[in-house]
Design a protein around this ligand. Structure first.
Ligand code: IMP
Length: 180
């Protein structure tokens, strides 16, 4: 698999350190409260798995799935809920866990539907942000890393369903992205 990698943007050690810092900050901010972590599938599952183990506050976890890019690296702009939450969010502190904020369309859509369900609070924690690509403004309360405008894989992020298992964040060689 290494021969398909153009460059590594973020090494495993850097990711682990940043996730621990985020965990400490979130634990401080939510001291004395219980939080429902809402993981946006599928890309955020690896980030969530590491993040919950660096939290020392009571948490519960739920999952929501939206339509994503399919086999392309460009957003269709259309967001659909494929799997809704199991728990109600009313009167709960909700922290959305996202892998990457790109155009902002996915997060904006999920935030708008969850707001209608009257949570006590609603915040966002994202591992990566590509601010250059933003179409709709979204506020990210806890951010791992800002990255340049490149399609990345690894640590849960995929291209065409592959590469989620890479322990780092990387850009693949151009020929991989041009094959469908
Ligand atoms: P947005 O709606 O354009 O902000 O896109 C958010 C979703 O697109 C993320 O949750 C990812 O699933 C996917 N995505 C955006 N950029 C990348 C990338 O560079 N690599 C892999 N997936 C991406």
């Amino acid at each position: 698999m290494n021969e398909l990698i153009e460059k590594i943007l973020i090494e495993p050690k850097e990711i682990q350190e940043r996730v621990k810092e985020l965990g400490r900050k979130i634990s401080e901010d939510y001291q004395g409260k219980e939080v429902l972590l809402v993981c946006i599938l599928k890309g955020a599952f690896v980030f969530l798995a590491d993040l919950i183990r660096s939290l020392d506050i009571p948490v519960r976890v739920d999952f929501i799935a939206c339509s994503s890019y399919g086999s392309s690296t460009e957003s269709s702009g259309v967001v659909r809920i494929l799997k809704d939450l199991d728990y109600p969010v009313e009167r709960k502190h909700i922290l959305l866990i996202e892998d990457i904020v790109d155009t902002g369309l996915t997060l904006n859509y999920i935030l708008s539907i969850l707001k209608e369900r009257r949570p006590l609070s609603l915040k966002v924690c994202a591992l990566l942000d590509k601010p250059e690509r933003r179409i709709v403004p979204v506020n990210v309360d806890y951010l791992g890393f800002k990255i340049p405008n490149e399609f990345v894989v690894g640590y849960g992020l995929d291209f065409n369903g592959h590469y989620r298992n890479l322990p780092f964040i990387a850009v693949l060689k151009k020929e991989v992205y041009s094959q469908k």
